[in-house]
Design a binder for this molecule. Structure first.
Ligand code: UDX
Length: 446
């Protein structure tokens, strides 16, 4: 009989994973402790903006006309325990308030609730990003609490999906990494992932700590690449060099590669910033002080980009923000997402607001989330409206529509023609030819 799969936690990662498992042909039951989330998903609706996810859900959610009916949702732990052969735990591990370490309370409570209902042999698979050492501890907890005892095994299977590409990354991952201690874990996960592995996706088997570390190491490396190029941007600005040209030139070397070398206001989002901080906290606990120092510098270069942007904006409006209008184009942490968590754009907007600037923000998809997080900022329904009366325009998230803006049309509504490109995505010559002073991070002044 085909394996029956449950997915615990139906947020971003869990909802995508559940739909992808149904797409691979399995019967899937998703659980969340928030009933509204379950009701939304059961209607085939996705509570966030993620291209392709709603279509995939609707293709499989039971009760939707024409669906395979392979995907159902519940809030009952008992039902999950009875149903599943393989249980994926996909709950989130946010940064603890006021600390660098991550908050494991959702993971711990999911494992405890699930364990109590495991009465038959099962594999529990952790997908959340956790501090190294967690899997060993959770494996013990399962054996102690599950009625089925040693018949319950644990595997760790980190997830590498990017927002905006979640469906594609889940169905066609670059690699599948599994941390296992028994043989059953590897066998069952090979069965679950037979389709992508058959298509050539590498399947890497490791021990628990290595599998946990692969995820944090991968995110730290990506963050390091971005902070490296942003450090180069600082030098370029001081020396009148061009970081965009520099990145292109070094990227031709295959060993360096072109990706993740876009200099600008730096990285944000729900993963990279909190993951490197949690990694720092864990490295410190383990006594790996040099790793801690190294990552702290990556984080601080990143945060410095935001204050540098604020400084450039202040300079552009004549040295102080009082009585000055600032248009902020972009609120999400990256384009093609509605996610504003730890967004550099909103952080810059917030800093300027606190310094007395009159900030108006526009974003094609993130306005609702931005309003909720920063209710005191002003918001405009179009980029042009945000720019009306502005003394400086800041381009902080590189949405395609901002590249299409006509500098002469924008020039007609602003108070002063100053633009700062925080993402190195606008055409400097085009803006300059319409009489704008154009600054960009890491590029020559004129
Ligand atoms: C990231 C990882 O890419 C993914 O593998 C992991 O599972 C989760 O974290 P995501 O948060 O969706 O994914 O965003 P990503 O596309 O990696 O971008 C992160 C941030 O880095 C964004 O704010 C983006 O604007 C910034 N970035 C990215 C740069 O500033 N420069 C770059 O060259 C690339």
């Amino acid at each position: 009989m085909a394996l029956r799969i449950t997915v615990i936690g139906t947020g971003y990662l869990g909802a995508t994973h559940a739909a992808a498992m149904a797409e691979l042909g399995f019967e899937v039951l998703g659980l969340d402790v928030v009933p509204e989330k379950i009701e939304t998903l059961a209607r085939g609706e996705v509570p966030m903006y993620e291209p392709g996810l709603e279509e995939l859900l609707r293709k499989h959610v039971a009760g939707i006309e024409g669906s395979t009916g392979r995907l159902r949702f519940t809030t009952s732990w008992e039902e999950v325990g009875e149903f599943g052969d393989v249980h994926f735990v996909c709950v989130n591990t946010p940064q603890k308030h006021g600390e660098y370490a991550c908050d494991m309370s959702y993971v711990d409570s999911a494992f405890t609730s699930l364990a109590a209902h495991l009465r038959r042999p099962a594999l529990v698979v952790g997908k959340s990003t956790v501090p190294v050492g967690s899997a060993g501890r959770l494996a013990k907890l399962l054996t102690e609490l599950a009625p089925a005892g040693k018949d319950v095994e644990l595997a760790w299977n980190p997830e590498f999906l990017r927002e905006g590409f979640a469906v594609q990354d889940t169905l066609h991952p670059d690699r599948i990494v599994v941390g296992v201690e028994g043989e059953r874990g590897e066998k069952l996960l090979r069965e679950v992932y037979a389709t992508p592995v058959g298509e050539g996706t590498p399947f890497v088997v490791a021990d628990y700590p290595t599998a946990e570390l692969v995820k944090t190491a991968a995110n730290s490396f990506l963050a390091t690449k971005i902070s490296f190029i942003n450090a180069m941007a600082e030098v370029c600005e001081a020396a009148d060099g061009d970081v965009v040209k520099l990145a292109e030139a070094i990227g031709h070397d295959d060993r360096i590669g072109k990706k993740f070398l876009r200099a600008g206001v730096g990285f944000g989002g729900g993963c990279l910033p909190k993951d490197i901080r949690a990694f720092m906290a864990r490295a410190g606990e383990l006594g790996a002080d040099q790793a801690l120092t190294f990552l702290r510098e990556v984080d601080s270069i990143n945060m410095r980009r935001r204050s540098h942007m604020v400084e450039l904006a202040r300079e552009a409006v004549g040295g102080g923000f009082l009585g000055r209008r600032v248009a902020v184009l972009g609120a999400t942490f990256k384009p093609d997402s509605d996610d504003v968590r730890d967004s550099p754009a909103l952080n810059v907007a917030g800093q300027i607001h606190l310094q007395g600037g009159q900030v108006t923000v526009h974003d094609p998809k993130g306005m609702e989330n931005a309003r909720r997080l920063f209710p005191t900022l002003a918001y405009a329904d179009s980029a042009l409206e945000a720019c009306r009366g502005a003394h400086v325009v800041l381009h902080l998230t590189e949405w395609g529509e901002y590249r299409q803006l006509d500098p002469s049309v924008v020039g007609a509504v602003v108070a002063e023609r100053h633009v700062i490109d925080g993402r190195n995505a606008l055409d400097a010559e085009r803006w300059r030819s319409e009489g704008w002073t154009f600054r960009a991070l890491g590029r020559p002044k004129a």
